[in-house]
Design a protein around this ligand. Structure first.
Ligand SMILES: Cc1cc2nc3c(=O)[nH]c(=O)nc-3n(C[C@H](O)[C@H](O)[C@H](O)COP(=O)(O)OP(=O)(O)OC[C@H]3O[C@@H](n4cnc5c(N)ncnc54)[C@H](O)[C@@H]3O)c2cc1C
Length: 487
């Protein structure tokens, strides 16, 4: 007779701390087999790039350092979940599969539906825990904040696994994937060990200037938590982070800084919840009224934006920095989207995958919701058309960030560096930067593109279909107190 076992299926919850699904799995009488699936069609989806795979690999290696002490490992398979379970079923009787719900792209949603169907047909019980306070099956947001708060406050279950809780496969029972990390990278390194280091240093000191520097492209890199990739890939839970942060304010840390931070942890779930309840927004604006917004694709513009060659220093510096490091703060992300969709008047769909590829923290729910909001296509949010020059003067007042990421501009003194197209011939010579050769002329004139975008977007806000859709969105995705959802 085959041995009856349970499976823990790691997905975007690559951690052991505050992993309720794992804690539940460890309470069962059956032994537990830990698996991760490198499901090629999913991981090779256009939204993902090498930096994401590297982060996953680093996270898995870190997880296995923990499990090694327990004489087991997470088994890595290069296949989809159904094929893996089918293979495992040749040796074991699989009773239950434990995992977290995933609010992912359409492909992962379809995979989960197929797997659910497979489990039903094969009498396997698939038990999912919700992730980070994002709830399944909601029709509206009634009581959402209350439920999210209660979820955050719930006591974290500690696990204390023993050697014989697990079943470990013989190395050559099935083909397992080997993981290796070849070289050093400039990206944040995956894994709970690193997540905890970032959290500790943030709460210890970096948080002291959090709200002061949150919008500054350079200083935000140290004064924001930088936890986003760890949260997105599940190296750490928002509940764990939330509880640690609240504990800090009870120890006298500034409530202003802590509250600013913890409210963003709520936005994390808020945006993912939106996507969970309306996943079609992967393909069209959440407000269907915007389908008739006319924008002509201009490949030259898109290329210039992607390459950091728009002629607007802050836009180009942000893009160069993002491609190189995988991180930008919120305001600079919003500005990049605004430049593409407002000043270059390009459909948001033309930039959404490129940024997903480059954000190390790519999280479909936040990304698609934020992209459309910044593009001004929700009908319910403020239309914000960012002026990159004004933002540079305000948030990079010494030009430190610009000069770091566009070395060709490094000899130009401030404030000239914010508007290099205004340099005289002599200045161009003096500061070693020929406009049109060393650094591009501005690709558009933002004062006229601003007027065009503003008039079009404000006119659209009054369109009957946009208005009708706005009402629907308000009813479905917000509660009567909109303050919590207004960002
Ligand atoms: C166009 C666009 C796309 C974005 N795409 C992503 C994405 O794919 N993944 C992602 O994690 N964030 C995304 N964001 C939100 C935000 O920019 C990042 O979460 C934040 O900059 C991460 O830095 P941090 O961890 O230092 O944040 P902190 O300010 O330290 O905040 C702590 C945590 O709160 C959450 N958070 C912070 N700001 C927001 C926000 N505005 N909306 C939702 N959650 C937030 C994140 O989980 C973050 O790690 C996007 C924003 C924009 C404008």
């Amino acid at each position: 007779m085959k041995e009856s076992i349970n499976i823990y299926w790691f997905k975007r919850d690559l951690r052991t701390v505050d992993n309720l699904a794992l804690a539940n799995a460890l309470k069962q009488k059956n032994k537990l087999l830990l698996i991760y699936c490198f499901d090629k069609p999913l991981l090779e989806d256009e939204h993902f790039s090498k930096r994401h795979i590297r982060f996953i690999n680093e996270s898995l290696i870190d997880l296995n350092l923990y499990f090694k002490k327990l004489g087991t490992r997470v088994h890595f398979f290069e296949d989809n979940i159904i094929s893996i379970i089918k293979k495992l079923k040749t040796k074991f009787d699989i009773e239950k599969v434990f995992s977290h719900t995933e609010t992912g792209l359409e492909k992962s949603f379809k995979r989960d539906l197929k797997f659910k169907d497979y489990c039903n047909k094969n009498k396997i019980k698939w038990i999912e825990e919700i992730n980070n306070g994002v709830f399944r099956g909601l029709k509206n947001r009634k009581n959402w904040i209350l439920n999210w708060n209660n979820y955050m406050k719930k006591k974290i279950e500690l696990i204390n696994p023993k050697l014989d809780d697990f079943i470990t496969l013989n190395k050559n029972t099935f083909k397992e994937k080997k993981i290796k990390i070849n070289s050093e990278s400039k990206f944040q390194k995956g894994g709970t060990t690193n997540a905890l280091k970032y959290l500790d240093s943030f709460l210890d000191s970096r948080i002291n200037k959090y709200q002061n520097n949150i919008s500054k492209p350079e200083l935000s890199r140290t004064n924001c938590s930088r936890l986003s990739p760890y949260i997105s890939w599940g190296n750490i839970s928002t509940r764990y982070v939330w509880q640690r942060a609240k504990e800090q304010s009870s120890h006298g840390k500034s409530k202003f800084q802590v509250n600013g931070f913890t409210s963003r942890l709520r936005w994390q779930a808020h945006f993912i919840q939106k996507f969970e309840m309306e996943s079609k927004m992967q393909f069209r604006s959440v407000n269907k009224g915007y389908q008739k917004l006319e924008k002509k694709v201009n490949k030259k513009y898109i290329k210039a934006w992607e390459m950091g060659e728009t002629g607007y220093p802050l836009v180009d510096a942000c893009m160069n920095c993002l491609v190189e490091t995988g991180y930008l703060n919120f305001r600079m992300r919003a500005m990049l989207v605004s430049f593409l969709t407002h000043h270059l008047w390009q459909p948001w769909q033309e930039g959404v995958v490129f940024l997903a590829n480059n954000f190390l923290d790519f999280e479909p729910g936040i990304h698609y919701s934020q992209f459309q909001m910044q593009a001004g296509e929700t009908g319910i949010n403020m239309i914000r058309i960012y002026n990159p020059t004004k933002n540079a003067k305000e948030h990079d007042s010494e030009g430190v960030f610009i000069k770091k990421w566009i070395p060709k501009l490094k000899e130009i003194p401030t404030p000239l560096v914010f508007e290099p197209w205004k340099l005289s011939e002599i200045d161009q010579e003096t500061f070693n930067c020929k406009i049109g050769e060393d650094y591009p002329e501005p690709i558009v004139d933002i004062s006229s593109t601003y007027k065009h975008a503003a008039s079009q977007l404000w006119a659209m806000k009054n369109d009957p279909k946009v208005k009708l859709e706005s009402k629907r969105i308000l009813l479905k995705h917000t509660n009567s107190d909109r303050t919590a959802f207004d960002r």
